[in-house]
Write a protein that binds this ligand. Structure first.
Ligand code: IPE
Ligand code: IPE
Ligand code: MG
Length: 252
């Protein structure tokens, strides 16, 4: 399947009403597989089609950053067969789609501890980041071996190291400076967080970056999530009233 073969329908949503950063917890592959009387790996494979759809649409709509939760630090507790299937799909995705992503100027960033991954996946990820490092289009973040608490603790440790080695002063630390130690350094905060399958929790995803995100919990299982569903979520987001702790300009 060609990643960018289809063209995204025109949207009525003005650009300034679109989120700059969409994060997606792609959940429900296991339940989808069960419904089809198959192993979880079958559901993960079926989940690749919506992955392509949301990447293509986000790119066509000029969304600055799309973050996809692909494998959490807690997902290692699954069976070796399932973990292998997920790592295999990951390699396949890059093997098949990297040239098209480069052609579209997509910048790939991996969120998570790459060094804790099997060598083959690790090499593929380092290679994808390297090959797209000068791309200036959409940021595509793949959260792999990612846990938000691990990310925050790591950031604190890196900052502490800089205090010792570079003489930084803890009393001068700002939120912005701290966020530059996170895997998402330099990227905008999450505006829209989508989790499919009806579950309503963050499961250790982007806790710092989601501080003022709008949430959407479509009930569809991830492999059934369509382009229309994504457009619905974007439309719903565009109609939200975001206040960031302040008051509406009308004074209500
Ligand atoms: C999400 O689907 C994909 C990953 C965690 C990698 P699940 O495999 O968690 O699907 P359910 O929650 O069991 O249905
Ligand atoms: C979150 O889904 C992780 C990914 C989608 C990669 P999980 O299915 O692992 O989360 P829980 O266990 O339901 O919280
Ligand atoms: Mg799940």
């Amino acid at each position: 399947m060609k990643l960018f073969a289809k063209k995204t329908d025109e949207t009525q949503i003005p650009q300034e009403k679109l989120p700059k950063h969409v994060a997606i917890i792609m959940d429900g592959n296991g339940r989808w597989a069960k419904k089809h009387k198959a192993q979880a790996a079958f559901g993960h494979r079926a989940g690749m089609e919506p992955v392509h759809t949301v990447i293509r649409m986000s790119n066509d709509l000029h969304i600055n950053t799309l973050s996809l939760y692909a494998f959490s630090t807690e997902n290692w507790t699954r069976s070796p067969e399932e973990v292998d299937a997920l790592m295999g799909l990951l390699c396949e995705f890059f093997f098949k789609d990297i040239d098209e992503l480069i052609e579209k100027n997509v910048h790939i960033r991996v969120l998570g501890d790459k060094d804790g991954l099997p060598k083959r996946s690790r090499d593929v990820l380092y290679d994808a980041e390297k090959r797209t490092e000068s791309c200036t289009g959409m940021n595509l973040c793949l959260a792999i071996n990612y846990g938000s608490r691990q990310e925050i603790v790591r950031a604190a440790a890196l900052y502490a190291r800089d205090c010792v080695e570079k003489g930084l002063k803890p009393a001068e630390l700002t939120e912005k400076a701290f966020s530059d130690y996170l895997y998402t350094a330099g990227l905008p905060d999450v505006d829209l967080m989508i989790r499919t399958s009806g579950e309503m929790r963050l499961s250790n995803f982007l806790l710092f970056q989601n501080a003022y995100a709008e949430f959407d919990f479509p009930v569809k299982l991830w492999p059934d999530f369509s382009g229309e569903d994504y457009m619905e979520a974007l439309k719903a987001y565009a109609s939200r009233d975001r206040r960031f702790g302040g008051r509406k300009k009308s004074g209500s």
